[in-house]
Ligand binder design. Structure first.
Ligand code: SF4
Length: 374
């Protein structure tokens, strides 16, 4: 349903009123009920009347030196989530704590002090580098601006970062167009790391690169993480890469979290029907293992007009009557393994008299959702 006459921008609690929960030791980031809605229609007076819910109630924590992978199909909201955490988008609701400080409503100047601590590595190394600047200047620009090291040490400092990122010193005076895709991504990584960040959001950092170069960049990111104690949010649709580099995974669908937990545990035992379908496409490097790929039926619904109840119910092969009517709770099924699905919610499954647990076919569910949204 399109939400009408709602002003979600007011939902965020003012900083002064928000009592910061005590951060766990080594907690770098805490995201609580984060929302980002984009207005898509306005009334006569220009007031928003309908919203696209790109990020809808996301919560997680991230410890120092760890990596969380955000996965899901295109359009699930993972990139918007990354940018909202960096406050490149205005936050609609929820809260963000960086090293225990609530940064949700900090203004531009107050955010300055956190800007260098939180960096973004873009998907496209071709367009994210200025063609008119040399590599040395690209990497050194923010170092000078934020006075990361004394002025007379910038040159040597940049050379040191370049060396850490596998870039030769003679590249210092060269321009981006002289480099391959992999080398340009190394320049992007060097630029992000030069300001000594604590949190790096890697938004599909290897998807524009050849497979052999992808492995080099992923290994470089891992190596730098170990050396510099970096914390990553790794956004990707490539599950093989995510499996290799992350400690935890969050699976997103239409702006919602579907499943979250330890990477090994989720790959060994995916529970949410969406995760099971998504992971069934990951190639297994064993010719004796038969792949049982699950093809999801139907198109991804529009986040401007998501299905009622469980947002996945129009494509779920395990759909029940209750799924179309009631949004699932987020249940911890085992230690640090959370799932948003009625199938794992005892409150629902143990009360068949109270909830409609009869199976609903994908076709029926899609038809019902269409009628609901008319
Ligand atoms: S809540 Fe229902 S529709 Fe949603 S994933 Fe679980 S079984 Fe499928």
């Amino acid at each position: 349903m399109i939400e009408k006459n709602e002003n979600p921008v007011t939902e965020a609690a003012p900083v002064a009123e928000a009592a910061a929960p005590a951060p766990k030791a080594d907690e770098v980031l805490r995201v609580e009920h984060l929302k980002k809605y984009f207005p898509i229609a306005t009334d006569f007076f220009g007031r928003p009347t309908a919203f696209l819910r790109a990020v809808d109630d996301i919560s997680f924590t991230l410890e120092r030196g760890k990596t969380i992978g955000i996965v899901g199909e295109s359009g699930c909201g993972k990139t918007t989530l990354g940018r909202t955490i960096l406050k490149l988008h205005e936050i609609t609701g929820g809260e963000i704590y960086f090293e225990g400080t609530n940064i949700t409503n900090l203004g531009r100047s107050a955010m300055k002090k956190y800007r260098t601590s939180m960096q973004l590595i873009f998907q496209d190394p071709y367009s994210s580098l200025s063609p008119r600047m040399t590599v040395g200047n690209i990497i050194g620009e923010a170092v000078r601006q934020h006075k990361i090291v004394p002025k007379d040490e910038v040159h040597d400092y940049v050379l040191d970062i370049m060396q850490k990122c596998g870039l030769r010193p003679q590249f210092y005076d060269r321009y981006p167009h002289e480099f391959s895709g992999g080398q340009r991504q190394r320049i992007c990584i060097a630029r992000a790391l030069a300001v000594k960040p604590k949190l790096v959001i890697c938004d599909e950092p290897v998807s524009a690169l050849d497979v052999s170069i992808q492995a080099q960049i992923i290994n470089l990111l891992k190596e730098l993480q170990n050396k510099m104690g970096l914390t990553y949010i790794f956004i990707s649709h490539d599950l093989s890469v995510v499996k290799y580099i992350t400690d935890r995974i969050m699976v997103m669908y239409l702006g919602n979290m579907m499943e979250m937990g330890d990477t090994e545990r989720i790959f060994a035992n995916p529970l949410h029907p969406y995760t099971v379908a998504l992971f069934s496409a990951v190639p297994v490097p064993d010719p004796d293992v038969k792949m049982n790929r699950i093809i999801l039926e139907g198109d991804i619904p529009s986040p401007a007009n998501p299905p009622s109840g469980c947002k996945f119910h129009t494509r779920c092969s395990k759909c029940m009557g209750v799924c179309a009517a009631k949004a699932p709770r987020y249940v911890e099924v085992e230690a640090d393994h959370f799932v948003a699905c009625h199938l794992y919610d005892g409150e629902i499954m143990e009360h068949p008299d109270d909830y409609d647990l009869s199976p609903l076919t994908v076709a029926d569910a899609a038809e019902g959702a269409g009628e609901d949204n008319e």
